[in-house]
Structure formats: structure tokens, C-alpha cells
Design a protein around this ligand. Sequence first.
Ligand code: ADP
Ligand code: ZN
Ligand code: ZN
Length: 819
Amino acid sequence: MKKYVDVIVPLPVMGQFTYAVPEELEGKVEWGCRVIVPFGAKKYYTGIVIRTGTTPSGEYETKEVSEVLDTHPILLKHQFAFWKWMADYYLCTWGDVYNAAVPSGMKIESETRVEGNPDFEASAPLSEKEQKVLDLLGQGKAQDIARLEKESRIRNLLPVIKSLLDKEAVRIKEELKQNYKPRTEARVRLTERMRNERNLHIQLDLLSRAKKQQVVLMKYLELSHWKEGKEPEEVSRTRLLEAAQAASSVLNGLVEKGILEIYLHETGRLCTDDTGTTQVNTLSQAQQTALNTILHSFAQKNVCLLHGVTASGKTEIYIHLISQVLEAGKQVLYLLPEIALTTQITERLRRVFGNRLGIYHSKFPDAERVEIWQKQLSDSPYDVILGVRSSIFLPFQKLGLVIIDEEHETSYKQQDPAPRYHARNAAIMLASIFGAKTLLGTATPSIETYYNARQGKYGLVELNERHRQIQLPHIELVDIKELGRKKRMNGQFSPLLLQKIKEALESKEQVILFQNRRGFAPMIECRTCGWVPKCRNCDVSLTYHKRLNQLTCHYCGYTYQVPAVCPACGGTELVNRGFGTEKIEDDIRQLFPEARVARMDLDTTRSRTAYEKIISDFEEGRTDILIGTQMVSKGLDFDRVSVVGILNADSMLNYPDFRSHERAFQLMAQVAGRAGRRNRQGLVVLQTKSPDLPLIRQVLDNNYRELYEDQLTERRLFRYPPFYRLIYVYLKHRKEEVAEQAAAQMAAYLRNGLGDRVLGPDKPPVARIQALFIRKIMVKVEQEASLQKIRLYLTEVQRAIVADERFRTVNVYYDADPM
Ligand code: ADP
Ligand code: ZN
Ligand code: ZN
């Protein structure tokens, strides 16, 4: 009887697909293994088997699995349960989750482009098909697999390509997709027969007629310190050819004669040195009490919030907790919001956990991510994973604890593409699937988390003193509106801030300046007619970057020339409006020419090493003043920062978002928390035009509780989280009318079933991105309501909309718990 399996493919299509298992693959196709399957018109994808022994529904023609890639599952049962939950909760497909979860090197497909590896040296004969592909690739440029398939007339080329990839005969074209290639090195050794003094001598004599080969062989003996009965040193092919100054054909001659052989040595990319030697620091009494309370709370509850002021030693507590979990033989996932932070925390954890610690983040090349994935599946996985949001997808075998540091951070939310998940909330679910515990840590909890803790759903542990009882920084308020009126401001700087920077520099201390906008000027404007340059594809004004002398769209990344004259009126005076970090940097360099200044924002940290350099320069005192966006607020731990300047608090308050006050508080409290962490009390100069706002007072007094109470009152009144759940429905289309009509129609349908829970449609603040018009419908659901029903209803309505001929090409998607 024919056997069938269900497979998911890495595409935004609903559900799973049934495939027949051909006879020759029977017994090989297991749950959780990757298979190559045809899908759509002549395309092949890497799918994953999620059910075996199924029967076809008969709705569509059943195709056959073409190849099995794994002998062991690469997906684990718990993990798949997590995928299903995620697709369900965030209203996307299993394929979306699969795509986000698995590194691209593990899912080659027909569109993948490959190229021949010029350094390839066959160590074993290639199959006929493999040779054919290599011949086709020749010396030429990369080709996609679908095309190679056509030209070679080999049906389903993916398994052949995979095997060539494994042998490193071909590689994936990097600029398109950074894919996996195990890092191996070709090395040279004597064949078995030759590893004996006598045979070797005979052979050397015989080679007197092939001088070049003789030279290479001699060189090998020299480099490997060859001696009978002793383990020779390893010699790489490249090194040998270089040392002997020989062409590879000479070496090939020796291989053909059966004198030398080439073998591949896997060097691996993961760091495996140092083994962690340092003892953990002894906890202070307050810290020990907090740890005990956390453990106590874990006895009853699955989630606990550690609300500890900045520099109270939360990280130290995490380290103690991790050690305990490791002793119990379980794994730990330690989540951080952004890679800016990982550098510092990595060092602290590495000292204690050595090579039991694995790091995983989005700026790693795909190859490294594949390697970590494979290691986590092996029988010696990392026990502790430190990573950013995507590390929740790694295959854990025995997860015991999840730590979510800076749990309030909005960068835990994935915005685009689907799944638009919140890594904090998803990680809590992941932990619960494993029966593991979750610890949330922060000095400024999100309103939702604090609410859950106050309601008793989570445990709550508070730590109100800094380590060694250093005082929290003193905050000086400066009214820049008043100073501006009196013409006493120097650009964006108040006399007090300048004075304090000067003093800090004189006493060899460091300064952090925080400005919420990057670039030079957030906007330029024609002085005559008020014309403002906007992006061609998006509904936003362009940011001026002085160093690059260009205008950039921060939504789609498109760049433009700065116009010499105003295209609207011909005026020649274009003026800058607002101040970005680049402008602040320019001004500071003029005001303090002797100071060493660095800037940390999205523009200066495109690469991983750039981050590390900025941070280590500052850490080691090679920089005096660090200027940055919110990046400088995040959990960084420096010991010589005595002054922090917040240049313009108001710029954070004017976002049309119900979370803007919460965020402004968090940002200011966090950036203030970088001051005076290890030695003595630091100073924060807070510049604002509205010193009387309650929020500013709350920052000044570090009064989180009052902020929380204020926010709760507002959120209850206006029906926002934590009292209501939000789901945003987005509709996108190239034509504005189509987006508009589809949204109106969809909102009307939704209202039929959900009543006044539905608001809109509206134009979002940025109503056009990358040439697509956007409309947004907001759905507010009371906490008690059944999400399951709402989701079903949403998908039903979506189906009805897309079934309408006019709206067939409208892109509908959801953002659950938007940030
Ligand atoms: P948080 O994570 O709460 O911001 P950290 O764990 O970074 O605080 O602690 C702040 C600083 O104080 C760090 O430099 C840390 O090494 C030091 N520190 C905190 N607790 C201890 C301790 N028990 N022993 C030694 N150093 C500590
Ligand atoms: Zn003009
Ligand atoms: Zn744009």
C-alpha cells in the first residue's frame, strides 16, 4: 500500500500538504525530517514532515516526495508545538513560522542561486549527475537551480545540489543569500602504503624523473616533520603548494600515483576554546534575598518579574540562577533585546560558563546559525544560549529556564515580515511548553507585565538599591523653552549641560548624550514656500545626512540627492529643521575640539564589529563623549560615566501612540541609569520644554508607581492593554482606491460580527510605504473574550474579501499585540 506524509513548506500558504512516499524512500521519511518536494509550477522546496501515515484528501493531485535530506529530525516535538501556537496566535501560516525559524542554508529551493567553487578538489569520484551540473556551471557565473534543472534535464536537482554543497563543489551565491557552508580545509597526508620508511625511499628515487613532484613530496615530509611511527603534523593543501611553489596539477599527479591523498578537515566556526574558570561573584544580602524570593515564587508560579533599579545587580542574580539550572541538567535561554548589549553580557557570562555558552544573533552569517542549530540538535548542545529574539526558535532539548532581560524593550517585537511575534510573550509560551520557568528582568517594567505581576499572575520581586548602595543619579531639570526665549541656548545645549560636560572632561570622566533622532536634520524645508522633500515611495519626509550629503528615507532606505533649488518655487534657501545625532556630534566637536567623540546609532553600527568597537573604545576610555539614539540607553554598563545629557525630552512625547508616555519614561530612566554605576552618584541633565508635565516629575523622582497608576487609568478609560487586547488589520495595495474600498468593506464585515470592537479603517501615520498604500483597522478585544473565536472570524472575513474579484490582489495581514 502506498504511504503518504504531510509536509509544510517555507511559504506563506495555509496548512500542510500531503505527498506520496515513493518506494525507494519508504522507511526513510520520518517525522521532523526535511524532504524535497515539488510545489506549484515546477518548483522545488525544502519541506518538513509533520505527519506520517496520512491519507490524501483527494482535493488535489498528490505528488511525490523527491528526496529525504535527514536521517534524524531537525525539528523537535516541543518546537513544533511552539510553531503551531505562534501561527495561531499571531495569525500567520505555519510556513511563515518555518521560514522565520530555520536558517536559509537549511532550506534550499528552486530559486536559490549556486556557483561552482573554484577551489574545489574532488576527493572521491562524483556521480554522473553531479559532474553534469559542475560542467554546466563551468567557470561561468551563478545560476539558479531551476535553470540548471532545465539545462541538465535532470528532474529534481535539489538533492544533487545538496550533495555538491556538502562536498563544497558548489556554493550558494552569497550576495543573494548568505548560505551555509561548513568550514572545511583540504589537507594532505601520505597514503597508507607510503607510511613506511622503505617504501618512501623507493618512491622518492622513482620520482627523480618527475622533479616537481619530488619537490612537493619532500616539502610535505619537511612540513609534517614526518617520521615513521610518529603522528605527523597536519599540512593543509594551500600551505603545501605555497611552500613548494607548485601548481595544484603537480600535487594531483602525486595523488594519482597513490603517494599522497587529500582529505577534508572540518574546522568548524564555533568558538570552543576557554572553559570558564571564574567563580561567580558573591551576592550582596539584598541580591541574595531577591534570588531566594524568585526561587520561592517559582515554586508556585511559572513567571516572575524582577523589578530592580538600574545597576542593582540583576545580571549577577541571573548568573546565580543559571548556575543552579545547569546543575539540575537543564538548558537556559537568555534573551536580550539588541546586539548592542550582547558584547558586554557575553563577556560576563563567558567568564563563568565558558564554552557551555552559545551566542545567537541576527547579524551572524547564516552559516554560523546553521552550525549552532545543528549543535543544539546534537548530544552536546550549548547549555546556555544568549541571543536576540530569533533565538527562541532554536531547537532546545531540555529547556529549564528563560531569562528575558530588559523585558520592556520594544525591539522584542518583530515588525516585518510575519510572524509579527513578541519575543517576550512567545518565550513565556515556549517555556510553558517545556514546563520551564521564565524570569523577566528590568528597571522599568512594561505596563502589561507590571499589571500581570500586581494581579498575582506573575511573581514580583523588587530590588530598590544599587549595588554597594551607590545613589541613583541626580537629575537636573533644564527648561529649554525659557532659556530659548532668553537667547541663552547654544544650539541644542543649555549652559548647565555644557558646564557639566566641561567639568566631566576635566576630571577625566565620560559623558553620554542622548538624542532620539538619527541623521543630521530630521527634515529640510524651503525657507520661501515651506516645501519639504518626501520619499517617492513612502509617505514620509526625508532625513538629511550631512556626511553623505544625501536625503534618506528611514522607511524604505531609498536615498536622494539634496536639491540645489526648491522644485516648488525655485528658492535657493533650504534650511534644516530639527536635530539628529549627526548634528549633535558636529556641534560637540566644535564646542569641545579636544574631546574624543563617538556616535552610536543605526548609521554607525551597520556591522557587528562596529558596535563592538564603539563599545570597547568607550569602555576602555578611548572615547570621552558618546552620542547616540536609544541604543545608548540599553543595559550598557560603564564605570566612568559621570554625566548623561537628555537633549530633548519632548521629542519622545509627541508620538501618536498610547504607549508614548510609558516609552518616554523607560527611555529616560534607562539612559539616566548609565550614569554613576560603579563608583559614585552620577548626574543627569534633562532638557525639556515642558518641565511641569507629570511625566517629567515622575522621571525626576524615579517614581515608576505613579507613572503606572496614571497609565492604568488612561488605558482603562480608552480601552487599551492591559485591559484590552489589540489586533491591527492591515490592507495594502498599489492603488489607493482599492486599499480604501477593501478596508471599508472588511471593516463593515467585521462590525457585523464584532460590533464596536472594530475601529476604522484609518490611514496610519505613514500611509504609504514602498509604493503600497496602507489602511489599518483596529480590533479591541476584552481580556475575557475568546481569542480563538475572534481569530476564526477574522480569517473568515479575510477569505470573503479576497474572494471579491476587485480585491483579489489586496494584501491582508495582522499585527496581534502591536507595539
Ligand atoms: P543590572 O543588571 O541590575 O543593571 P549589573 O548586574 O550590571 O546590574 O550590576 C552593576 C555593576 O555592579 C556591574 O558592574 C556588576 O559587575 C557590579 N555588581 C553587582 N552586583 C555585584 C556583586 N554581588 N559582586 C560584585 N559586583 C557586583
Ligand atoms: Zn520653495
Ligand atoms: Zn521611502
